[in-house]
Design a protein around this ligand. Sequence first.
Ligand code: ADP
Ligand code: MG
Length: 241
Amino acid sequence: MLKIENLCVEIPGKEILKNVNLEVNAGETFVLFGPNGSGKTTLIMAIMGFSNYKVTSGRIIFKGEDITHLPVDERAKRGLGLMFQRPPTIKGVSLKQMVEVCSGKKDYAKEWVDQLNMESFLERDINYGFSGGEIKRSELLQLMAQGCDFVLLDEPESGVDLENICVMGKTINKLLQKDHHRRDRTKAGLIITHTGYILDYVEADRGCVLINGNFICRGNPRELLKDIHRSGYQECAVCRK
Ligand code: ADP
Ligand code: MG
């Protein structure tokens, strides 16, 4: 569903990603671990097509189409969706209005609003004065409303208390059709996590570690996480599994 070939990405004046290769099939959940500053956010901003993140070589293929040079909105229309690590505050636009725009319907999806406990936030400006956990739930609500086929989740658990990580985990499982049999799942996702806490709630298929712009240590996400907890990311940089 998503294929990344020899991708190199730079932000003005600095090369961040070096020859990254990745394939995620329909129905799969891929987890990307990595220390702060390793280029995780850069990767998903480049996949989504934000212009600050310049692809200097390589290709991004989505559902068989080369989207490397498509604008963000065209990628969104094709079914790619992003949950920001640090989403902006948007004054003058209520969360309800945004959810309506995302879903293309006038009536917002009550089921998702209830699941994420967001009813009392709908009339408020997006993320204005929201706590860290409330911002993440608001992001997830907008993503659910979009009905994307492939979701890019940038540290969904960061700044979220334990109770709400559980709520978010359940929602992410729904988003990724974990309630369907594996062979019937059509959606897929790439989850970025620094701490790995979200994996207590979301079942993932494969993973790898990003260090200094390179993918290393590919494998089972739970095994990778065990190694990371035991030896830290410094060990990933040298072990080269
Ligand atoms: P991660 O998400 O893994 O923590 P990022 O992809 O956000 O890492 O950042 C990778 C590196 O690029 C970091 O050193 C970060 O400071 C740098 N960086 C990201 N965006 C910018 C920017 N707009 N200007 C300068 N440096 C940036
Ligand atoms: Mg980041």
